[in-house]
Design a protein around this ligand. Structure first.
Ligand code: F6R
Length: 622
């Protein structure tokens, strides 16, 4: 949902801003723009619609724009369609709609987030003589800052603070004032922003990969906070305008983890990273032969007090909750609910105060998940966050934090973060089971040795990926795909179906296999691809029956099951095999061929795998 970058220091800003934006393009890619200042000269603004390469061409890779202080933005349109006029940066004057040029305005800025009451604020500003050139909420925010700056004749921090009090919504805002050369002012509420500082240089970004090759020392700016940034220094302020202290934190990610490393797409690279990152996540929660959640902060005392578990998440992270529900119910015998964060936050759900609410999120910034976390806390529930991005909003606001160790995930479609989240929930399930006396230490040890096998088994599946590539090429033009399964296999079907539709743009649905005949089966016709996910031995024959029902209506059947179930070849037209594994955890293996299938079909259709249309990696708007 938009990416922002900023730089002030000794070097030319434009190439650094473009480089940062190229690492954030996964957050939005319908237009991009930069504003750069050369000393006390006016800011020069350049914008281009479409992918970042258009802006790079327009600025000769940044060389055509001079100055060592600047801000940049890559957009995922919310208010106002994708156009040059609506592209950021926006200015306090009457025109920033042009393709490029020096702006006469006193204030110029970029914004990630949504200003919910922008209409009301726009009307107020219109009455005070402001004119608007774009349809964006951001232009309103920049003009409101300008209004307070002039009306009260205050400094930038006070003008921004007054604006923050008036606006509702979310923002990571970067602003330059004509009167303050070589300074950038920033403000944040519910949208991500980090500030990196190194010798004589300061960087701003929505996410770590944008600055990783420049510095690993960052400040996390908190909600409702502001900062004044000059070369090599950052000063932080609260809403009263009082200065506050912050600690510099060292980021653990390495630079290579945010590069493609020889793969054609980030998605394929991330699929291949799964054995390592799943192992890392397992090892981080495994000490002295057993599960150890001490770093998460969950004590045995806490666990004994929980009456159940309520997962809250969006998209693939919600699918993890769906799979985990089966595992926890069976191993820990606790009631489990799985809620879509966007529904949970508004539904006024009745949940027991002693339920542990588990928010799952790769980015830790998903607006709906964050709002659901706050709703749960306000109701008095304890919240555990299973999060990938260190220092993210969800991590900071939760009572307990379990970090997945997936490293930076760049591809919009999640793969490795999903797999690490699954592993995290298995470890949670085992700990809940043992502490509550539902699982013996011996049985837990058996399960743990099964979990230790997962990375190696994933490697085996990846070694055999060419068969799936062949199959994908054959089905690249299929119209509809149905994924069916029961129990955990159904939860994995949900993820397989999402992978397929989001990157290949092929219509697909996931169904609990037994549910198909209650309506959906009428959609099956000659050539419809039906993928049966068959990881649960006790449900295997039931799902096979449902597949046969589809075949009788013309479907082409693909079966996904463990080695050994060779009799499936009598039923399915194509079979993909995975290593055998305990049914609770087999989802970690079943999902791999489904990720590969989505990937290969997308490639065969010539689509942009890493940046599918209309999507953005981190959904910081509701
Ligand atoms: C799909 C995908 C999304 C995310 C969802 C939640 O491939 O990546 O469905 O899972 O947007 O995002 P996070 O995990 O960042 O909260």
């Amino acid at each position: 949902m938009c990416g922002i970058v900023g730089f002030v220091g000794k070097h030319q800003a434009a190439p650094i801003l473009l480089e940062g934006l190229s690492k954030l393009e996964y957050r939005g890619y319908d237009s991009a723009g930069i504003a750069v200042r050369d000393g006390d000269k006016k800011a020069e603004v350049v914008k281009a619609t479409g992918r970042l390469k258009n802006l790079e061409e327009k600025t000769d890779d940044g060389k055509a724009v001079v100055g060592s202080c600047g801000i940049g933005h890559t957009r995922w349109a919310t208010h106002g369609g994708p156009s040059q006029t609506n592209a950021h940066p926006h200015v306090s004057g009457n025109c920033s709609g042009s393709a490029s040029g020096t702006v006469e305005s006193d204030v110029v800025g970029v914004h990630n987030g949504i200003i919910e009451n922008y209409q009301e604020l726009k009307e107020k500003l219109l009455k005070h003589g402001y004119e608007f050139y774009s349809e964006t909420d951001t232009e309103v925010a920049i003009k409101l800052i300008d209004y307070y700056y002039k009306k009260y004749k205050v400094g930038p921090i006070d003008a921004i603070a007054k604006t923050m009090v008036r606006v509702r919504g979310s923002y990571a805002l970067e602003v330059m004032f004509a009167d303050y050369p070589n300074e950038i002012y920033v403000a944040r509420k519910d949208s991500p922003m980090i500030i990196g500082v190194t010798d004589g240089e300061t960087f701003i970004a929505s996410d770590v990969p944008a600055i990783l090759n420049r510095t690993k020392n960052v400040y996390y700016i908190g909600n409702n906070e502001m900062a004044r940034l000059v070369a090599g220094q950052a000063e932080f302020y609260d809403l009263n305008g009082d200065q506050i202290e912050k600690e510099l934190v060292e980021i653990k990610f390495d630079v290579e983890s945010a590069e493609k490393g020889g793969y054609e797409h980030f998605m394929m690279k991330e699929i291949h990273e799964q054995p390592k990152v799943v192992r890392d996540t397992f090892n981080s929660l495994y000490k002295n032969g057993t599960v150890d959640l001490s770093e998460v902060g969950l004590t045995e005392e806490d666990i004994k007090g929980f009456s159940g578990v309520c997962f809250v998440a969006c998209g693939s992270a919600w699918h993890v909750g769906m799979a985990a529900a089966y595992v926890i119910e069976d191993l820990a015998k606790m009631p489990v609910r799985v809620e879509l964060a966007s529904e949970f936050r508004y539904r006024k759900p009745v949940i027991d105060k002693n339920m542990l609410v588990v928010v799952i999120s790769q980015s830790g910034e998903t607006a709906d998940s964050l709002a659901a976390l706050r709703e749960a806390k306000a109701r008095g529930n304890k919240v555990l966050a299973i999060v990938n991005v260190v220092g993210s909003s969800i991590a900071r606001e939760a009572d307990y934090v379990l970090y997945t160790l997936a490293g930076p995930e760049i591809s919009v479609a999640t793969t490795k973060a999903y797999s690490c989240q699954l592993m995290a929930t298995y470890m949670l399930a085992l700990e809940l089971g043992v502490v509550r006396g539902e699982l013996s230490q011996e049985k837990c040890a058996e399960y743990l040795s099964e979990l230790e096998q997962i990375p190696e088994c994933i490697e085996k599946i990846l070694d055999d990926k060419e068969r799936l590539q062949w199959f994908a090429a054959k089905f690249a033009n299929v119209k509809d795909v149905f994924f069916i399964g029961r129990g955990i296999d159904y939860a994995i079907s949900l993820e397989g179906s999402l992978k397929m539709k989001e990157i290949s743009y092929i219509h697909s649905e996931a169904y609990a296999a037994g549910e198909l005949k209650h309506g959906t089966i009428s959609l099956i016709e000659d050539g419809t691809l039906v993928i049966g996910v068959l990881g649960q031995d006790d449900l295997y024959e039931k799902t096979i029956s449902n597949m046969v029902e589809c075949k009788a209506r013309g479907a082409y059947l693909m079966g996904l099951t463990a080695y050994g179930h060779y009799e499936i070849e009598d039923t399915a037209d194509f079979v993909s095999y995975i290593p055998k594994m305990d049914g609770h955890f087999i989802g970690s293996l079943l999902v791999i061929p489904l990720q590969l299938l989505g990937y290969y079909i997308s490639v065969a259709r010539g689509l942009d795998v890493d940046k599918p249309r209309n999507l953005a990696k981190s959904v910081t708007v509701e």
